[in-house]
Design a protein around this ligand. Structure first.
Ligand code: ADP
Length: 505
């Protein structure tokens, strides 16, 4: 086993990896930028080293600085987390050159599977169904437009180097093609330094369902089942759950087999995720492989009882996976929401700043993976993910009830958060019935909220009292830096208050 691991990341995922190391008795080394001096991943590490200014290209993206720290602190392995350099094959190569074990796949497997087009080519060779479209970048817009006409609209233009929904444009018709091409290519160039795009058929209202795989260096590759990630805002996941409300044991086995076939074909070792789109008839189509740990890995951990980070470390250290695919049966239900420092009332604009007060929910079936604490300032320089709130229960209903209860207990002041978005999602009838598609959340957000209802006789007075109470609560909340706006008291609370008042002498 390793003696000391360098964690080449920050925020909640660095803390998550630190925790696994601590439980395994492995020493930890964190790296940090100037704005992260007092971040949780620095405070919790055995050693921590400054690697540069806030801009990630001067700090968290500098392979040379990471290698310097790894060598001078005597690390024998490096965990990349997700984001930053996690899917950059130059990092495993640099680790190999420095005699440090990279906790993840080989550079070759990353290249064979990690790029969207290479992944599609491999999927075709491995007999895994793919979303119809090209599996090579297209050089000029004339060829691309001819292909789109052939395929039939709508089509989707996608950046080869894409991620986080960037460099992606839906093209509804031929007339819109040229401008969509220009937009996709320039966004891709700005975000990834690579303007190349390719073309896919745009599927109408699919689900996003992905399979977690684990592969050891001794030829065993297993599927740990699916995660449903169809609740997305602008192609980015915001709620994930396992199991999927629509996946049957038979479909789970088929998708698991396809993912494992792909993993084997790519010589994949370590944890990876094979993403699929699933249509209304439950046909599944390969989308891409994420050659790293995913943000949403905890939902799989909660239903399998496995610790994916510890397994990643064990696999990298050359251990064998101790089980076969048949032995892993998901138990119960798990769901994760991504809590961001952003303002849902202002186009989800990032809301960095000082956390004045913070109380995290606890209790049965609740887990929080976070990288924040009271008094810490959320920097403006990085992705504003604060915490992942994960609930699990015996059924989907119990899990949702626990998540709602935990969201009510979650209090944070000083910054805005998207808590109210989840309060709303978790009460939407379609969501409760599991009838969700990748476009569902954007459609929900386009609807007026709360829905305008005709006033019922006698409710005007109650509404006035509610409004007065809400305003007084707002002016009493005097924490500097602003507070999370509280929704108007529910009729249930109002009723409770009225009864309390009735009992006053
Ligand atoms: P990124 O790497 O930028 O996250 P993905 O290829 O993983 O991009 O796709 C992200 C999301 O975009 C998917 O989960 C899905 O909602 C949507 N999407 C991608 N490809 C298609 C497609 N061909 N048809 C319909 N929706 C798609």
């Amino acid at each position: 086993m390793f003696r000391k691991i360098l964690i080449a990341n920050r925020g909640e995922i660095a803390v998550r990896i630190l925790r696994a190391c601590r439980e395994l008795g492995i020493q930890t080394v964190s790296v940090y930028s100037e704005v992260d001096r007092t971040s949780l991943h620095v405070l919790l590490a055995d050693e921590a080293y400054l690697i540069g200014p806030a801009a990630s290209r001067e700090s968290y993206l500098r392979i040379d600085k990471l290698m310097d720290v790894a060598k001078k602190s005597g690390c024998d392995a490096l965990h990349p987390g997700y984001g930053f350099l996690a899917e950059n094959a130059a990092l495993p190569r640099a680790c190999t050159d420095a005699g440090i074990t990279f906790i993840g796949p080989s550079a070759e497997a990353m290249e064979a599977m990690g790029s969207k087009t290479a992944g599609k080519q491999l999927a075709r060779r491995a007999n895994v169904p793919t979303v119809p479209g090209t599996s090579d970048p297209i050089e000029n817009p004339e060829d691309a437009q001819a292909l789109a006409q052939n395929m039939g609209y709508p089509v989707l233009l996608k950046a080869i180097a894409g991620g986080g929904g960037k460099g992606m444009r839906v093209v509804p018709s031929d007339a819109a093609f040229r401008s969509a091409w220009r937009d996709a290519a320039s966004e891709a160039l700005n975000a990834f330094g690579d303007p190349r795009v390719f073309l896919e058929k745009y599927l109408i209202g699919p689900r996003h369902i992905e399979i977690q795989i684990l592969a050891d260096a001794h030829g065993r590759c297993v599927s740990l089942g699916e995660r449903e990630c169809s609740v997305q805002r602008r192609h980015q996941k915001v709620v994930e759950e396992a199991p999927s409300p629509v996946v049957t044991p038979e479909l789970r086995r088929k998708m698991g087999d396809a993912a494992v076939r792909l993993g084997r074909a790519g010589g994949y070792v370590n944890a990876g995720t094979v993403e699929f789109l699933v249509d209304a008839d439950l046909n599944f189509y390969f989308l891409e492989v994420n050659t790293r740990l995913q943000v949403e890995h905890p939902v799989t951990e909660q239903v399998t009882g496995l610790d994916l980070v510890k397994l990643q470390i064990a696999i990298a250290a050359g251990h064998r996976l101790p089980f076969a695919w048949e032995t892993i049966t998901p138990r119960g239900h798990a769901m994760e929401v991504r809590l961001y420092a952003e303002d849902p009332d202002n186009s989800f604009f990032p809301s960095p700043g000082k956390i004045i007060s913070f109380r995290a929910p606890t209790g049965p079936g609740i887990r929080i993976d976070d990288g924040v604490y009271e008094g810490w300032t959320v920097p403006m320089d990085y992705d504003p993910l604060l915490s992942k709130l994960i609930a699990w229960g015996n059924s989907r209903e119990e899990t949702i009830a626990r998540l709602r209860r935990a969201l009510d207990e979650y209090t944070i002041t000083g910054i805005r958060t998207n808590v109210s978005l989840f309060r709303r999602i978790l009460t939407e009838p379609e969501f409760l019935r599991g009838e969700i598609r990748t476009t569902w959340l954007d459609e929900m957000l386009a609807r007026p909220y709360p829905p305008a209802a005709p006033p019922r006789p006698g409710t005007e007075e109650a509404a006035l009292i509610a409004a007065a109470l809400w305003h007084s609560a707002q002016s009493n909340a005097s924490a500097p830096g602003g507070t999370e706006p509280q929704p108007a008291p529910s009729p249930w609370k109002m009723e409770g208050r009225r009864q309390q008042m009735d009992h006053l002498p």
